[in-house]
Design a protein. Structure first.
Lengths: 212, 839
């Protein structure tokens, strides 16, 4: 296992602009097309978070509501719990900082799926193994952006070494309904929507639990 | 809904992956069926060619900077045989280029445009979620593989395969029989928009065939814009747009009535990109007026004004009441450019007190003052908010007021659209940079030559009915008149529709109001005697054909594809053939050529050209109009040709504003007719009877409390107003059958928590939505994003009746009424009352 741990490298991660996302899921589908993922396996997913109230007076009404989306895949965490819980050492961090599952070692026990607070590793019933975002390794090798990044009609996604992303976009990954970032230290930076709430004080609900 | 606490306990993890992914209520039936079927189809289609890439060779990947430098290359899969340009042709009025990667004759990956940039006029036209699902569509299990002929009663679901020869012979002989028996006006080319973005691959081959054969009963309007299209001539003298959305950079305020480009124009090189970039870079304050908290409102609005559907004209009246009370109207504009806002500018034939001001002040025939309180009661928008909005809209100079097509797609949408035009006039924003006409925004486009639907100046038959009125034309064609049914070109029809060509159209069943009425009309094959349906997916409409022909997708043929709506950027896409026609499918051009041969009109139809030669001709013709347009060879190399609007931004009616004498409108007065004398006269002569009694035309853009409108809901057995918004997972009904999209965007009913709580309904519960016309089963999306008293069942889901006639597909047209609007005879899709109960 030690040979697969981070020794040096870029610590690659994602950036997400929550102010631009429309929840269209072009990212999810571009990923699915690129990786030939079956139904039920979505390495990138989009969660809708909504809340607020309506005031009704007589025949009139006034909304005080909010909605925003979060597109999320594997965050290639600094502290990947998937790797820590994996009983077969199938999960590892590569030298570029991406978290990778070795399907030759994986027995499909799904412990990593259970442990990951982002549900990034996903069980592929076809292969019987876990599967997950590899940040489009082959695309990067050819000098192209990951499929989800180049797919986004709203230009809401970016990727790169997390230090560069943080220098450019700030250091916020603590937006509801995402979990406490201190659990895994995700390589993720979010520009929050104007109505975004902190991870520990969200007042809304996930609107689309079955879609994620 | 999942609370944060639950979230932390359970993670926000999806259900177990072995479960079916769709949350569609059909899941029960399809858990095995759809998933396994498509899964198997996939495995078969792509083989092992695109299995997960091996990451055994772990060299250091490139960084973002290096990757960005490679922009312009399509990227994608290594080892593909070729990468081919084509486009998504569905009718969203974006038009996204696609690059299809092909290996061993199979499309193995679908990539977006890789050219252009993030700059205005040069956008990288990133396809939305639907375009990227193209591979599922090409290899869909719903692909029609052979010509089919029904064997039982129409709509009975019994079919046999037939040869193409037999299909062509039958269609040709039926065309001849119907024409010889009833005349050309008994032939009908059905409304639809399944390949609307194409050119030769558009729906033009069949109209050309029918026109070459002497023509067919024409149609005006469309299902998207019938009411606003009918209103334009009376108000503005003809179709006008508003300014482009890019021109909003010059605005102090942007007001969008039911305008939702971030969902309806979702392309990353379309109006979504323009609106987002304009907002980001120019910060224009934006107010969205919509019963739903749309994605446009979520992303770019400063204020969401929630109103009841069908009440836009009342809101406008309340706004104008306040504008007049504050004396903030642009009186000079109204006096110079408009007719009938004030008594002084009414035409001489008009009755006293028939001006719009009189209507507002309560001096008109109804005697009701249109105060903000009056408007508040109808619209749901509080009077104080109306007053504040009115002052803000009138005070912002200039203000870009636009409307989408949702407000007008209602029982008196003609008046709603004209009311919004009127607000633009009252605030003096028409014809200036940063302003607008109150219409839908304008776009620049390159004048790409269209495949000709007929030769000569006009089609051989000029009689028309509304595109929506075909049910009447089947049931009682010879009774349809100009004054009662809006027949154009004749006082009355001589014959009903006896033969229908339904091509790339799901409007035969799915997209037409009141499916049960449609079914009963079609079931009797002594009325419409022959129906041929042409498509590449077996849609619910195919069920009602007599012969169904399997067509290629546009990825199996060639074309020159015009761009669509992207503000001040025009473009055109090279349409290349990615793969050979699958199964036993043919192109529309080949089908029509074969039928033309049997009718003895092949030469007239083809003009001796193959499809390739027609495309060459389109390039020649386009280049003769637009000299900088590329040659076919140049276009093939570049994929996408872009051009910025040479005029800068679309500023609608600029000439008229600058010199109304030299550039009069085509209205009788040459001015903007807020009061239309033509409509005043028509209101006395047009006939509304039967279930349309009570409908009316008005000279002014008055609010009308219509059947199943906001006020009707208050004492109705069905107290919820039901609209059907455009859904991200499909374009109308195109793409609605694809498993990936049903997983990403399952059908659902949007419902306010207040209405849900009153019915004991929680998010994701399965519910019935029903009225006296039909019943739908779907899941509830309990969300504060929709006004109380309003539900939305997004339009376009495929109709799927179970044995109890409950539509478990969730099609809104199981619930909508067939009731043409008064002037346009158009589709009142968003005027529907329903109730909802938990299953």
């Amino acid at each position: 296992m030690t040979q697969d741990k981070v020794e040096l490298g870029e610590k690659l991660g994602f950036y997400f602009d929550q102010t631009a996302c429309t929840g269209c899921k072009a990212c999810q589908i571009a990923c699915k097309d690129k990786h030939d993922l079956p139904l039920g396996v979505n390495w990138r997913r989009v969660v809708e978070y909504s809340g607020g109230t309506w005031r009704q007076e007589g025949n009139t009404f006034t909304p005080n509501v909010f909605t925003y989306y979060t597109s999320i895949s594997c965050n290639h965490c600094e502290n990947p719990v998937c790797m820590q819980v994996c009983p077969t050492t199938a999960m590892s961090v590569r030298e570029d900082g991406t978290v990778w599952v070795d399907e030759d070692k994986c027995v499909g026990c799904r412990y990593c799926e259970w442990a990951c607070p982002y549900s990034a590793p996903q069980f592929n019933a076809e292969s019987g193994h876990m599967s997950k975002c590899d940040l489009c390794f082959d695309y990067r090798q050819e000098g192209n952006d990951p499929a989800c990044v180049s797919a986004c009609p709203s230009r809401a996604l970016d990727w790169g070494p997390i230090d560069e992303l943080r220098a450019k976009y700030g250091d916020n990954a603590a937006v509801a309904p995402l979990p406490d970032p201190s659990i895994t230290n995700p390589h993720l930076v979010i520009t929050p929507h104007r109505d975004a709430q902190a991870w520990d004080s969200g007042t809304g609900d996930i609107a689309n639990p079955k879609e994620i | 809904m999942a609370k944060l606490s639950q979230l932390k306990l359970r993670g926000w993890r999806p259900k177990l992956r072995t479960e079916t992914a769709t949350s569609d209520p059909r899941a029960e039936d399809e858990a095995q069926g759809i998933s396994r079927r498509s899964f198997l189809a996939w495995s078969g289609a792509v083989g092992g060619a695109v299995a997960l890439v091996s990451v055994a060779d772990l060299g250091m990947p490139l960084t973002r900077t290096e990757a960005a430098a490679a922009s312009g290359t399509p990227g994608g899969m290594l080892g593909a045989d070729k990468t081919v340009w084509n486009a998504c042709l569905a009718n969203c009025q974006s038009r996204c280029p696609l690059q299809l990667q092909v290996k061993d004759g199979t499309v193995v990956r679908v990539l977006a445009d890789s050219t252009g940039s993030d700059e205005f006029g040069d956008f990288n036209i990133r396809a939305c979620v639907r375009g990227r699902t193209q591979r599922q569509r090409i290899y869909s299990p719903d692909r029609i593989k052979k010509p089919m002929r029904r064997t039982g009663e129409r709509g009975g679901g019994q079919w046999e395969e037939i040869s193409w020869e037999e299909a062509f012979d039958t269609i040709a002989s039926e065309m001849k029989r119907v024409r010889d028996t009833y005349g050309n006006e008994a032939l009908w080319y059905h409304y639809g928009s399944g390949s609307t973005g194409g050119n030769i691959t558009k729906r033009g081959t069949w109209p050309r065939l029918l026109n070459t054969y002497g023509g067919y009963l024409g149609q005006y309007g469309d299902y998207s814009t019938a009411q606003i299209t009918a209103a334009y001539p009376y108000h503005y003298g003809g179709w006008v747009s508003s300014n482009s959305l890019e021109d909003a950079k010059n605005s102090r305020l942007q007001v969008m009535f039911g305008n939702n480009p971030l969902e309806t124009r979702m392309s990353g090189g379309g109006e979504l990109a323009v609106v987002q970039k304009t907002r980001r870079e120019y910060g224009v304050r934006t107010i969205v007026i919509d019963p739903r908290y749309s994605e446009t409102a979520v992303d770019v609005s400063d204020e969401w004004v929630a109103l009841r559907p069908g009440t836009d004209a009342a809101l406008v009246a309340g706004l104008i009441h306040e504008i007049l009370a504050q004396n903030m109207q642009d009186q000079a504009f109204l006096d110079t450019y408009c007719v009938g806002f004030d008594e002084a500018t009414l035409p001489k034939e008009a009755e006293p007190n028939s001006s719009y001001r009189s209507y507002i002040e309560g001096k008109g025939p109804d005697g009701v003052e249109k105060s903000p309180e009056w408007a508040a009661d109808i619209t749901g928008v509080p009077a104080d908010q109306i007053r504040r909005l009115a002052r803000e809209i009138a005070g912002a100079k200039p203000a870009a007021i636009t409307q989408g097509w949702g407000p007008q797609r209602s029982a008196n949408g003609e008046n709603a659209s004209r009311a919004i035009f009127t607000l633009a006039a009252v605030t003096g924003n028409i014809g200036i940079a940063g302003g607008g006409t109150g219409a839908r925004e304008g776009n620049y486009s390159i004048p790409v030559k269209a495949f000709p639907l007929f030769d000569g100046e006009t089609p051989p038959v000029t009689t028309q009915i509304s595109c929506f009125n075909w049910i009447d034309a089947i049931n009682r064609g010879p009774e349809m008149t100009a004054l009662k049914d809006g027949v154009r070109g004749k006082d009355k029809l001589d014959v009903g529709i006896k033969l229908m060509v339904v091509n790339a159209s799901n409007t035969l069943i799915n997209q037409h109001n009141d499916i049960h009425v449609t079914q009963e009309t079609l079931r009797d094959d002594s009325k419409c005697e022959f129906i041929v349906v042409i498509d590449h997916q077996w849609t619910p409409s195919c069920d009602w054909g007599d012969i169904v022909l399997p067509s290629t997708t546009n990825f199996e043929e060639i074309d020159l594809i015009p761009g669509a709506s992207c503000s001040d950027m025009g473009w055109a896409i090279y349409g290349d053939k990615a793969i050979e026609p699958l199964y036993d499918t043919k192109t529309g051009y080949e089908m029509c050529t074969e039928i033309a041969r049997r009718l003895g009109i092949e030469q007239e139809f083809t003009q001796g050209r193959t499809q390739e030669q027609w495309r060459d001709w389109l390039y020649e013709e386009t280049r003769s109009i637009e000299p900088d347009f590329p040659t076919k060879e140049e276009h093939a190399a570049m994929g996408v040709f872009r051009k910025k609007n040479p005029a800068g931004h679309v500023v609608a009616l600029k000439d008229f504003r600058e010199d109304p004498e030299a550039f009069p409108l085509l209205t009788p007065s040459g001015k903007i007719e807020i009061y239309s004398q033509q409509l005043a006269e028509m209101s006395k002569t047009w006939v509304f009877e039967g279930d349309r009694a009570g409908d009316k035309l008005t000279a002014l853009p008055e609010h009308i409390d219509t059947w199943e409108g906001a006020l009707d809901a208050r004492d109705s057995k069905y107290p919820l107003q039901c609209i059907g918004h455009h859904y991200k997972g499909r374009t109308h009904s195109s793409y609605a059958n694809l498993a990936w999209l049903k997983e990403a965007h399952p059908q659902m009913l949007w419902m306010n928590p207040i209405d849900a709580a009153a019915r004991g309904i929680k998010n994701d519960d399965i519910v019935y939505v029903f009225n006296n016309r039909g019943k739908v089963r779907t899941q509830a999306r309990v969300t504060p994003r929709i006004a109380p008293g309003v539900v939305s069942l997004p339009q376009g889901a495929w109709y799927q009746p179970n044995h109890n006639k409950v539509d478990i597909g969730g099609n809104v047209n199981t619930l909508t009424k067939y009731h043409p609007s008064p002037l346009a005879k158009g589709n009142p899709a968003h005027t529907t009352l329903v109730d909802v109960e938990k299953v």
